[in-house]
Design a protein around this ligand. Structure first.
Ligand code: UGA
Length: 424
């Protein structure tokens, strides 16, 4: 069976590489010629550990030519972007455009497999709108974490296949036969909700632990011990209980806003979800408060910021909390010196360097002359830095705010830092 993956972004490329790695013949289409050229040369358009090796192994055919691909393939994995509109609603224009093309040009019996995250109800709406029964629509949401996407592809917790056509569901299930995971067959809308509800639940968990961390700080408890103690309860589980300065990325913020918008449209507000979004929006201010409590005000102060990607092991800076912090610090009159092991180039495209914002290539020089250092992303290499040396480059009052509870407070205090974590 010839498979076409449409969209060579984080989801599309991993899907193409995962399917090709499982021995399938895969064509990957993207409308951006510069991206396709890179891929043809064996270079990846973004950083994802293990992706390059898997792409090389699978011999994927990369092309910009959607038209001829539509005629020569039967299964179309749709992996295009679904960004947020300003009101929180999901912008489905790219999905619409591609699905319309497939329904107009593909052969009878072809299948649309939706991997892009679409608002629940979208699949049935598209089927009605397109009005061509000889094409089958399947919802097959992705649960890939950036930075761990390859391992998530081959070792997922579950594979969700939503379709009203049992034969199509079986065919798509067969594409995953090399993967040992439960396959859950549902109707299309339930599959769409599973994706949204999973992300929503994870964000509720993160916001919950962040609120408990804030309380721990006031009462004098330690969130590390508290999260450990809570997480050992199997009904709760220990993952996604890491307190910090909040969640970011291209998925959680967008998907939670999208579900919040959709639920309000149906007059069924999801109160827990709305609260989790609010908690997350406020969490970054804990860092600013901590800075102010020691520095009094930020005007004329020099602050070193470590970590620009929204989490480690990725160069993705979309909705990274680091930017929100930089913007607030600049607005308050501070000078910011930022460092990230790999995401600085992407960061510069969002906030270009200026009089009071510099991006450094050197993790040590980045701290030079700074009164405070904020750790915004827990890159493993930060643990290997010589913190004595960093402290030596800084100036009084040597404030260190660990926004990810990543560093050892005792060691940092022993180095001479005024260390503050979140709820520690
Ligand atoms: C998330 C989901 O984990 C994936 O299952 C899903 O497929 C993906 O979104 C998507 O919808 O495409 P991702 O955005 O790559 O994946 O990142 P996560 O590892 O989930 O982290 C998201 C954010 O939550 C990060 O900013 C991270 O720092 C934060 N987080 C996570 C915490 O603050 N505490 C935690 O305990 C866990």
């Amino acid at each position: 069976m010839k498979i076409c993956v449409i969209g060579a972004g984080y989801v599309g490329l991993v899907t193409a590489a995962g399917l090709a790695g499982g021995g399938k013949e895969v064509t990957c289409v993207d409308k951006l010629p510069e991206k396709i050229e890179l891929l043809k040369k064996g270079q990846m358009p973004f950083y994802e550990p293990g992706l390059k090796e898997l792409v090389e192994k699978g011999r994927i055919n990369f092309t910009c030519d959607l038209k001829s691909t539509l005629k020569s393939n039967q299964v179309f994995f749709v992996c295009v972007g679904t960004p947020s509109l300003t009101n929180g609603q999901i912008d489905l224009s790219q999905v619409h455009e591609i699905v319309k093309e497939i329904y107009a040009q593909a052969k009878d019996g072809s299948m649309v497999v939706m991997k892009s995250t679409v608002s629940p109800g979208t699949g049935l709406k598209l089927i009605r709108e397109m009005g061509r029964d000889s094409i089958v629509y399947v919802s097959n949401p992705e649960f890939l974490r950036e930075g761990q996407a390859i391992s998530d592809w081959f070792h997922p917790d579950r594979i969700i296949i939503g379709s009203s056509n049992q034969q199509a569901a079986k065919l798509i299930s067969a594409l995953y036969k090399n993967i040992d995971a439960p396959i859950v067959s549902t109707d299309i809308t339930s599959a769409e909700i599973i994706k949204y509800a999973s992300n929503a639940y994870l964000t509720v968990k993160v916001s919950f632990i962040n609120e408990i961390a804030n309380l721990c700080e006031l009462i004098g408890a330690n969130i590390d011990d508290v999260a450990h103690g809570i997480g050992l309860d199997k009904r709760i589980g220990s993952s996604f209980l890491k307190a910090g300065l909040g969640y970011g990325g291209s998925c959680f913020p967008k998907d939670t806003r999208g579900l919040d918008f959709l639920s309000a449209q149906y007059g069924c507000n999801l109160h827990l979800l709305s609260a989790s979004i609010r908690v997350n929006a406020n969490q970054k201010f804990r860092v600013i408060q901590k800075l102010l409590s020691v520095l009094s005000d930020l005007h004329g102060k020099r602050i070193a910021l470590y970590g620009l990607s929204f989490k480690p092991q990725t160069d993705d800076v979309r909705e990274s909390i680091a930017f929100e912090l930089i913007n607030i610090m600049l607005k308050e009159g501070a000078t910011v010196q930022a460092y990230d092991p790999i995401a600085a180039d992407n960061a510069k495209k969002i906030i270009p360097p200026g009089d009071r914002l510099t991006y450094s290539n050197d993790a040590y020089l980045n701290a030079q002359g700074c009164q405070a250092l904020v750790l915004a992303t827990e890159w493993p290499e930060f643990a290997k830095l010589s913190w004595e040396k960093l402290k030596g480059l800084m100036v009084d009052p040597y404030l260190l705010i660990d926004g990810r509870n990543f560093l050892d407070p005792h060691k940092m205090r022993a180095c001479g830092f005024q260390y503050q974590g979140i709820g520690r």
